[in-house]
Ligand binder design. Structure first.
Ligand code: FEO
Length: 369
């Protein structure tokens, strides 16, 4: 297999892989993905940072070899840095070490070293140098600075800063919050962020600002409306609530859960000050796709960002009901403040539709600055 390494600056190459046909990861819908790994050439040592996922070794191997060809250097990896042990970045670590240089030095956090052994059961014969914040490695004209980053996003997460170039190898982070990074005072040293998925941020300022906003709960005058419907009754309520919100000049994002995915909903809730969520009642519970949505809302701790989001619940029922009570308890448990409900018998008439409009308008007024 042939695959070109991508030079991102002098002596630093992207040697990751393209997983063109990946459509889901951890339950999220995705349009393909990358597993990024990086090769750094120092005057004395060559460093491979992170690794790739199952089934991807040939592409990775070809790209690593191409980087050596481009540099005109002897094929020899002296140092392996593993910033995080999840399998999409570590599957071939042991194989790569054995193939490229069994005598190479290996650097990782203590948790990463533990997790590698617990996942692969074949690391006990390798010596892993445990590092964290304050530890450095001179590779000849270049310095790697290690930065402990637990829970950004696993307990083993670590960043590696290529100090002279200002390149931060952040692994999965930047799907996470950045406050902790701010606290280290390192922001001014970073000229490029090279994570383990997706694009390399050659101008990191905008994404640092975005993550700072997302992580600190900055929201807009915006309400996300989420609904599913059985015979269009709950849908009519959703539309009227949206009209009421818009009548107050507040932005609306609308999601219909028979067509839309929870990950897109979560993205819009992130900078919304409130939500309105509606489901028909079926077997005394909310419709299944709204139940699935509640699972995701429970997983994402919006309250942890400092953002207090109000929620309006609406539902159509035939007789006994039950969706409102279940959604209320689930939303409160997920950290939302349930500010209002609208429980409707069968098909909403004009009076009920007016009530839905007014509840939407009231929610909008309550969130406006
Ligand atoms: Fe991209 Fe935590 O793995």
């Amino acid at each position: 297999m042939k695959a070109k390494a991508v030079k991102i600056t002098d002596g630093v190459y992207w040697v990751g892989v393209l997983h063109w046909n990946s459509r889901t990861f951890h339950g999220y819908g995705i349009p393909g993905t990358t597993y990024n790994a990086y090769l750094v050439f120092g005057e004395d040592k060559t460093v491979l940072i992170d690794n790739v996922y199952q089934g991807m070794f040939e592409q990775f191997d070809a790209r690593v070899k191409d980087a050596f060809d481009q540099e005109g250097r002897e094929f020899k990896v002296d140092v392996f840095v593993q910033n995080h042990s999840e399998m999409d970045h570590s599957t071939y670590l042991k194989e790569t070490i054995l193939k490229y240089n069994p005598d190479a030095e290996i650097y990782a956090s203590q948790n990463c070293a533990n997790y590698l052994q617990q996942q692969y059961h074949n690391f006990s014969d390798l010596e892993i140098n445990v590092v964290g914040t304050g530890d450095e490695l001179d590779i000849g004209g270049r310095t790697l600075k290690f930065i402990s980053a637990p829970m950004l996003h696993w307990p083993d997460s670590m960043f590696t800063l290529l100090a002279e170039d200002g390149i931060l190898f952040s692994n999965d982070a930047f799907g996470m919050r950045l406050q902790e990074l701010n606290d280290t005072g390192l922001i001014n040293d970073i000229k490029m962020i090279a994570p383990c998925h997706g694009q390399i941020w050659t101008d990191p300022a905008p994404i640092i600002e975005k993550y700072s906003e997302w992580g600190s709960g900055v929201c807009k005058d915006k309400i996300t409306v989420i609904y599913d419907t059985m015979h269009h009754s709950t849908e009519k309520l959703a539309y009227q609530i949206a009209e009421g919100i818009m009548s107050e000049g507040v932005e609306v994002k609308m999601f219909f859960m028979q067509e839309d995915g929870p990950d897109d909903v979560i993205t819009d809730i992130l900078d919304s000050k409130a939500i309105a969520i509606g489901a028909p009642t079926m077997m005394n519970k909310p419709f299944p796709r709204i139940g699935n949505m509640m699972y995701w809302l429970d997983c994402v701790n919006f309250k942890g960002t400092g953002s207090e989001k109000d929620a309006l619940i609406f539902s159509s029922k035939g007789w006994g009901g039950g969706a409102i009570a279940k959604l209320q308890s689930d939303l409160e448990s997920a950290g939302f403040n349930v500010s209002d409900t609208l429980d409707v018998l069968f098909v909403p008439d004009e009076d009920v539709l007016s009530e839905a409009f007014e509840k939407g308008a009231e929610l909008a007024r309550s969130i406006k600055d």
